[in-house]
Design a protein. Structure first.
Length: 212
């Protein structure tokens, strides 16, 4: 009789946890897949983001290569966003939402502060939204998006859930599943520390060995 049989987690409980994880992953991954599907197959109808900002200061950390053509006057890196379409800056997600709401061919008014000669200048820029299809190297990006954002995530999830469903009592199977879920580095590290095997398979000599 196995002495650990009474302390094992019931299979029903393990499969219930696996089902909850599956539902959570589906709710998270399906919207992301839909958004990436639009990027790959409908780039003409999807507005591209001309710039990215940091939080909480709102400094511009990335601009599109053709930002000089899209904004008048041109926005620059390290500009600090004050407002967008008259709404004070709060989060980077707010900026991305305003860009999406404008749509392809729309215009967004961005007010930013720029440091110049020890002073801060107020810049009011009119940003024109272009589609993703107008970006440089769009074909290479679409190929990478299909492989890395559409095919690989679902393949990893399928392998991870299949391995865990076949070996639900194996801690290594759960660790593989958490690793394949992606972007869960702290969770994977914590699971590795919890599920590690503490048995010592060897023992160092207690005294200095004598050679010769």
């Amino acid at each position: 009789m196995d002495p650990n049989a009474g302390r094992r987690v019931p299979l029903a409980g393990l499969y219930a946890v696996l089902g909850v994880l599956l539902v959570w992953v589906a709710l998270y991954r399906i919207p992301m897949t839909g958004a990436m599907f639009d990027v790959v197959f409908r780039p003409d109808a999807l507005p591209a983001t001309p710039l990215l900002v940091d939080w909480p200061d709102g400094n511009v950390r990335f601009t599109a290569p053709d930002i000089d053509r899209l904004s008048d006057p041109p926005l620059q890196r390290r500009d600090r966003i004050v407002s967008i379409d008259g709404i004070p800056f709060e989060t980077p997600a707010q900026v991305a939402q305003r860009f999406r709401a404008a749509g392809v061919g729309g215009h967004v008014t961005v007010v930013a502060l720029r440091a110049a000669d020890g002073q801060e200048l107020t810049i009011t820029s009119d940003v024109r939204m272009r589609s993703v299809a107008e970006a440089e190297h769009i074909m290479a990006f679409r190929v990478l998006a299909v492989v890395l954002s559409l095919f690989m995530p679902w393949l990893c999830l399928a392998v991870g859930f299949w391995v865990t469903a076949v070996r639900p009592r194996d801690p290594a199977a759960w660790l593989v599943l958490l690793m394949l879920l992606g972007r869960v580095g702290p969770l994977t590290l914590g699971s590795a520390l919890i599920l590690r095997d503490r048995r010592i398979l060897y023992e160092f000599p207690r005294e200095r060995p004598v050679v010769g």
